[in-house]
Design a binder for this molecule. Structure first.
Ligand SMILES: [Zn+2]
Length: 228
């Protein structure tokens, strides 16, 4: 398995977990897949099987963002059965060897980033996703992972922001990361689950208001914390 393939698999795992599509999903190296005696996809690089969320999305849902993520690594998907998906590498991979010598600003001129950036802007209807402004739109990476190229991120991890909101966002994300230093990983995990459970099931502004009220009403909050 090469480095690019490992990065793709890590990105797929994160994407599926973030979107709650990872139940009943298994990843097979091609050797393990062949050992199973399967008839299809034996010429692929690796195979994913799913009878959960991924299966539903690929067969009945809207898989465009997932395909986009896979393509950004120079791969494409073929379906074996409705529950088995082979990942194949196309020729773009050859170009990627040269990418490690480029500076970050050179990479932002790459056509793969320009195309990804355009998709993010289209998805946001060419408006800032925070304030609605139509001016000076930029595309923000909500996280960075060492070794990934700017275009190797899922569309739902990128945000179309005006330059003012982009600056603000950068500093608040930095502040959150700095505060994380005081917390154990298990605390972060609880916060992540809370955000997923709350903000993806209810309007984010409603959940944010609730959290703000808890903070404002410090007496109530302390009373609650002192109970246990
Ligand atoms: Zn804005």
């Amino acid at each position: 398995m090469n480095n690019n393939e490992e990065k793709l698999i890590e990105s797929i795992i994160l994407y599926l977990r973030k979107n709650d599509l990872d139940t009943d999903t298994h990843i097979y190296t091609i050797d393990r897949w062949i050992e199973r005696g399967e008839e299809y996809l034996v010429d692929s690089k690796f195979v994913i099987t799913s009878e959960g969320g991924l299966h539903f999305m690929l067969n009945y849902g809207d898989p465009e963002e997932f395909y986009d993520l896979v393509e950004s690594f120079g791969y494409f998907i073929e379906m074996g059965h409705s529950w088995s998906y082979g990942f194949y590498c196309d020729e773009v991979i050859l170009e990627q060897k040269e990418d490690c010598h480029k500076t970050y600003s050179d990479k932002l001129k790459d056509k793969r980033w320009k195309e990804k950036r355009e998709k993010v802007r289209d998805k946001a209807n060419h408006k800032c996703q925070d304030c609605g402004s139509l001016n000076k739109l930029e595309v923000h990476h909500c996280y960075y992972k060492y070794g990934l190229e700017p275009w190797q991120y899922p569309l739902d991890s990128l945000r179309c922001l005006c330059s003012t909101c982009h600056k603000k966002r950068g500093s608040i994300e930095m502040e959150i990361r700095a505060r994380m230093a005081d917390l154990k990983t298990e605390h972060l995990s609880t916060i992540s689950e809370f955000l997923y459970g709350g903000m993806s099931s209810y309007p984010p502004q409603k959940v944010a208001k609730l959290i703000k009220n808890l903070n404002v009403n410090k007496e109530e909050l302390l009373k609650e914390l002192n109970k246990s």
